[in-house]
Design a protein around this ligand. Sequence first.
Ligand SMILES: [Fe+2]
Length: 133
Amino acid sequence: MAYFSWSEDLRVGNSFIDSDHQKLIKLVAQLHEAMAEGHGKDVLGKTLAELIRYTQEHFKREEDHMLRMRYPGYAAHKQEHDRLMREVLDLQTRFNAGNGMLSVQVSGFLRNWLVQHIMKSDMELASAIRNAA
Ligand SMILES: [Fe+2]
């Protein structure tokens, strides 16, 4: 059983959000595996950068959608995105400055954060999208 994989209870019921989340979960799992396999700074750094790049892309997609539909929860939702992005960029800065080690706490933090965000904020967003349709 993979450390972190997609499961049906994470489905929010919106196709672009769900497929973005599937990819994000794959990237977090990849980062975890790269750490567990003891890969060096090079591989870990690239995996982390790819995860950050895709997260930014995904957040932007959700935020654009919220703005287009004049979603009342936009500000709070964006605040959560911004907070996660700050935390992850901070983590990357420390990683780049350090010895190339990432602790298992990192992928644990990412997994928990992602699951909590999906189960609450993204579920609410998807249901608002459905109601607006
Ligand atoms: Fe979100």
